[in-house]
Design a protein around this ligand. Structure first.
Ligand code: ADP
Length: 487
């Protein structure tokens, strides 16, 4: 039997993306088709999304006279295999100078609670059958922006409908003042410890974790970490209390979009059988970043520039890396002080360090194809996708031993080298010394070409497509639907 799933998300690649959430919301629905799960994806009709869909026929399928302060419509359309539902609300998601969550200065939009409560309320309506001829068998809400869907479902017309909430990053919780509560349109009883109340305010993610039938996160190790006081960011107690309802399913990647043998962003295609094409990409990368030629490895960083990602640790390790003959290319955006410090390092080490600030998808692809190693010294990492792209493109990950990085990289220790299964290098998280040691280790391994090529090829052969993980999600949905039927 085909299951009808409503996926609720604030980002979906290739329409709008700030991070890995978009990649998952863009790839998982397509992979689920093989498991007889028919997905409709609901997301806000931000101006960026409307622009990306110019020329696509969008039909109004539902309307609201007043949705959290203004008129709104749900538009339906098809795009690149996605069955889209767009929440078109000019007052909430119309043109603004900035991104989906924050203004150009990085300040969160002050009405975010209203914007994403609206998305969640509409999701519950749609799932329950607001659109003629369609209702959901199961709902999948991603991150705090969609998590309140679980509360609206429980207090709505079809409270029995199974809801899965996925945590892509527990650091973003959607916490707001208690004054928001009366406007959410939930019953007063929901403002309670076992509802949306969170430390005296309103917690969107907290509510989702409380009301969801299942809570997933994006790797088994992260699922363990968030149940501890160190990794739980205030929610570990609730996550422990949810017991078996919490599980980790590692993310996959879109192997058609990220395929070095067909990628149009590359200077030259290649595969693990024919690595020769990598040289042209390396040259293109050197040119693009103004690097001098060198014998040592090129390390790459493609990242949000934040404390979580350990960018400060990289800054403290640059002289060490350069001193050992390494070079570094960075693509990132985020913290202004980190951006400036990286640009300063590039000035101090001309021809050895190149920095591009901003967001540039094709450049990210070229970097994965032309660099030798990708640095990911995250303090915590729910899953991480850059290491998976690195593995597929033969850019060996040098990463912190945390969360999904632990679950997806096999450290090149002696046992793994002897067994021929090493795919990267892992180091203790949160330590500049440990990162520098890992950089030294990578540079030494790189100097032994046969070993380095073996690590590179082993990583490239690993299969990080969505097949396994989408099957797990499909099994979870099926199980929840079966359980709901017996309630
Ligand atoms: P997170 O979601 O925490 O930012 P992930 O590793 O899960 O980290 O996903 C990051 C995604 O964003 C990857 O697809 C990566 O290639 C991409 N990315 C990050 N920064 C940039 C950038 N400045 N330009 C292009 N792509 C970027």
């Amino acid at each position: 039997m085909t299951l009808r799933l409503l996926s609720v998300t604030s980002e979906l690649h290739p329409l709008i993306k700030t991070g890995g959430l978009a990649d998952v919301a863009g790839a998982l629905p397509l992979a689920l088709a093989a498991h007889e799960v028919e997905v409709r994806s609901l997301l806000p009709a931000y101006p960026q999304v409307q622009r990306a869909l110019a020329g696509v026929r969008l039909r109004p399928v539902h309307s609201y006279k007043a949705l959290f302060g203004g008129p709104a419509r749900v538009l339906a359309g098809q795009h690149k295999g996605h069955d889209l539902l767009l929440l078109d609300s000019p007052s909430l998601f119309g043109a603004r100078d900035g991104g989906p969550y924050a203004d150009l200065a990085g300040q969160d939009w002050s009405d975010n609670w209203r914007r994403f409560a609206a998305l969640s309320a509409v999701a519950a309506d749609v799932a329950a059958g607001a659109i003629k001829g369609w209702s959901a068998d199961v709902v999948h809400a991603h991150d705090w922006q969609a998590a309140l869907t679980a509360a609206y479902v429980r207090h709505g017309r079809r409270p029995e409908l199974p809801v899965v909430v996925t945590i892509h990053n527990l650091a973003f919780q959607g916490r707001f003042d208690a004054t928001a509560f009366p406007e959410l349109g939930l019953p007063q009883s929901a403002f309670a410890v076992d509802g949306v109340e969170y430390y005296g305010g309103v917690g969107f993610l907290k509510a989702g974790l409380q009301y969801a039938d299942a809570v997933t996160t994006v790797s088994p190790s992260y699922a363990d970490e968030i149940r501890t006081p160190e990794g739980g960011m205030g929610l570990d107690g609730l996550l422990r209390a949810r017991g078996d309802a919490v599980l980790g399913i590692v993310n996959g990647i879109d192997t058609r979009e990220w395929d070095p043998s067909t990628d149009l962003a590359l200077a030259s295609p290649y595969s693990h059988r024919a690595l020769g094409g990598r040289t042209a990409n390396r040259r293109a990368l050197e040119k693009r970043f103004g690097l001098k030629r060198g014998r040592g490895p090129i390390f790459a960083v493609i990242s949000r520039l934040t404390w979580q990602k350990g960018i400060d640790l990289i800054l403290d390790s640059i002289d060490h890396l350069v001193g050992l003959g390494g070079r570094l290319v960075v693509l990132g955006s985020g913290d202004g002080a980190m951006e400036n410090a990286l640009l300063g390092a590039a000035t101090r080490h001309p021809g050895l360090i190149g920095v591009v600030t901003g967001y540039d998808e094709p450049l990210a692809h070229l970097m994965q194809a032309g660099a030798d190693a990708i640095l990911i010294p995250s303090r915590f990492e729910p899953c991480g996708l850059t290491q998976l792209y690195g593995l597929r493109y033969g850019t060996v990950p040098v990463a912190a031993r945390t969360g999904g990085l632990t679950d997806t990289i096999i450290d090149a220790n002696d046992a793994a080298l002897n067994a021929g299964c090493a795919t990267g290098l892992l180091h203790q998280p949160g330590s500049g010394d440990a990162l520098r040691q890992a950089i030294t280790r990578a540079i030494n391994l790189y100097a032994a070409p046969a070993i380095w090529q073996a690590i590179r090829r082993q990583g490239m052969r690993a299969d990080w497509g969505w097949e396994r993980s989408s099957a797990r999600y499909a099994a979870l949905y099926t199980d929840l639907v079966a359980r709901a039927a017996t309630r």
